[in-house]
Ligand binder design. Structure first.
Ligand code: KMT
Ligand code: NI
Length: 179
């Protein structure tokens, strides 16, 4: 199964809940691609020795990788970190995550500034383009193990919105025109 995405409601409920509209309004993979968001489905059971993952890493130049487990027992300062990750931000480089276990949400802004919620489950590899506003939260299961990939030396720095002065932001916005 491919990743599932939907437009979010604007309720103040717990952010770990799905926040679907009623009726649900789903977002297709094509719509995500038009925003520069790409995904693959892999077999996470063999991630340590997976030719398919190797191929993607080679093609995309993802030289760096590490793993992170987002759970209150494994991540120091769990609550504070979640707050940071759920603050709307952008990066100067692509954000590439491969879900090895568990599940989580990435929210991205569409062209009309609506929030799209993307559910990632085991085996999903996603790339968010540099300059896109986004945020991250665990879902109600509160457990995700993810691989972080990067082209070259990783830079984790996040710039909270507003960060429109960055060239990469302007470049990203131009890439949306006409699509
Ligand atoms: C980010 O910058 O949004 C993140 O690193 C998300 C958490 S890693 C699964
Ligand atoms: Ni991010």
């Amino acid at each position: 199964m491919a990743i599932e995405a939907w437009f979010m409601d604007s309720s103040e409920e717990d952010v770990k809940k799905p926040h679907r509209l009623d009726p649900n309004q789903s977002v297709s993979l094509e719509e995500l691609k038009a925003l520069g968001v790409f995904s693959w489905k892999l077999n996470a059971d063999i991630y340590e020795n997976d030719p398919e993952l190797e191929k993607i890493r080679k093609e995309q130049g993802y030289s760096f990788m590490d793993t992170i487990t987002i759970h209150r027992d494994t991540l120091p300062d769990y609550e504070a970190k979640l707050k940071v990750l759920y603050s709307e931000h952008l990066h100067l480089d692509d954000e590439i995550r491969y879900i090895l276990d568990g599940r989580a949400y990435f929210d991205v802004r569409d062209k009309q500034e609506r929030w799209i919620r993307i559910l990632l489950t085991k085996g999903d590899l996603i790339t968010l383009p540099a300059g896109i506003y986004h945020r991250f939260t665990p879902d109600e299961t509160e457990y995700t193990k993810a691989m972080r990939l990067f082209v070259g030396e990783p830079v984790w720095k996040a710039y909270n919105r507003p960060a429109d002065e960055f060239e990469i932001r302007q470049k990203y916005l131009s890439s949306l025109q006409g699509s």
